[in-house]
Design a protein around this ligand. Structure first.
Ligand SMILES: [Zn+2]
Length: 306
């Protein structure tokens, strides 16, 4: 299969998953523990008139465009969340797949012929991580909380995946990079290779989660919630030490910029609560998409000075 066809298929998959994410996050209620089957089950209805929606009202992105953002039956405006989340998920899905296929370690194996099974596994895994991060960000923006249910299930998946990657890194048979998957530049491989793959993931969880926990303690829970600390642990398990730290740094830089803009535009006061989960998720995507570019540029400043 050509890579552009694969990325196109992943884009369509992202539209579908985005529509699924809308259902989950719109039906989510913070004070009720709705079982997952009930959350995703049942026919879709208009949020205003309750009219049961037909399949052609539910095509991601396209239905919203054809209906000009209004319900076919009552004419009420449909939330912009639907098309935005669908498109965003599709873009992130195809971007993450593109990035994975461009990683040196993966590019070199693919060049030798067929795509080994662990590449498919890595793609599916990172699409799952992306979906979880989008769900958590939306719920955090709307309800100022990060539900344990999603974080713990993702942690379970991440620990299993880390053990599988560790096993793969220990054998030469499948051409898996011995220092693990790394979204940063090849310079960083030296640092990454100081630990075995499993230790790197665990150190990542301790470093990212631990740093957020210290801030949680210092600000007495006003700057950071325990949900952010758990999300930090999850990010470490997803990315490992070096990638995880870059995601953390990116989250703080973007968070400060947005914070300053919100304060300056008087949209928020200093005492207001701004959810940090979406910035952590954004940090992960920055590390995946631009990690190698950022590290190379940062290091080239020193090369230039010397
Ligand atoms: Zn309606």
């Amino acid at each position: 299969m050509s890579q552009s066809l694969l990325i196109a298929i992943v884009f369509l998959l992202g539209l579908g998953v985005g529509s699924f994410i809308n259902v989950i996050t719109i039906r989510f209620q913070p004070d009720k523990n709705i079982p997952f089957t009930q959350l995703v089950g049942g026919r879709s209805r208009c949020n205003f008139c309750g009219h049961q929606l037909k399949w052609y009202d539910l095509i991601p992105l396209f239905s919203f465009i054809f209906l000009k953002g209004k319900c076919r039956y009552c004419g009420k405006k449909i939330s912009w969340q639907y098309p935005i989340v669908e498109l965003l998920t599709a873009l992130i899905f195809s971007g993450v797949t593109y990035r994975l296929l461009r990683l040196d370690a993966i590019r070199l194996v693919i060049a030798t012929g067929s795509i080994p099974f662990w590449v498919w596994f890595a793609i599916l895994l990172f699409l799952f991580y992306s979906a979880i991060l989008i769900i958590l960000s939306i719920i955090d923006i709307k309800h100022y909380l990060l539900p344990d249910k999603y974080i713990y299930s993702a942690m379970g998946v991440a620990v299993i995946a880390d053990v599988i990657f560790y096993g793969l890194s220990k054998t030469k048979k499948f051409n898996f990079p011995s220092c693990g998957l790394n979204f940063l530049s090849s310079y960083m491989d030296y640092f990454n290779c100081q630990f075995n793959v499993l230790i790197s993931y665990l150190l990542g969880a301790v470093a990212v989660g631990g740093f957020l926990f210290i801030i949680y303690l210092l600000t007495k829970g006003r700057g950071m919630g325990l949900g952010d600390v758990k999300l930090g642990l999850l990010i470490g398990l997803m990315l490992g030490l070096t990638n995880g730290l870059l995601a953390l740094i990116a989250a703080f830089i973007i968070g400060s910029f947005v914070g300053i803009i919100l304060l300056a535009s008087k949209k928020k006061a200093l005492k207001d609560w701004v959810p940090f989960g979406p910035f952590l998720a954004l940090g992960v995507f920055v590390a995946i998409f631009w990690g190698s570019f950022l590290v190379e540029s940062y290091l080239s400043i020193f090369n230039y000075l010397i």
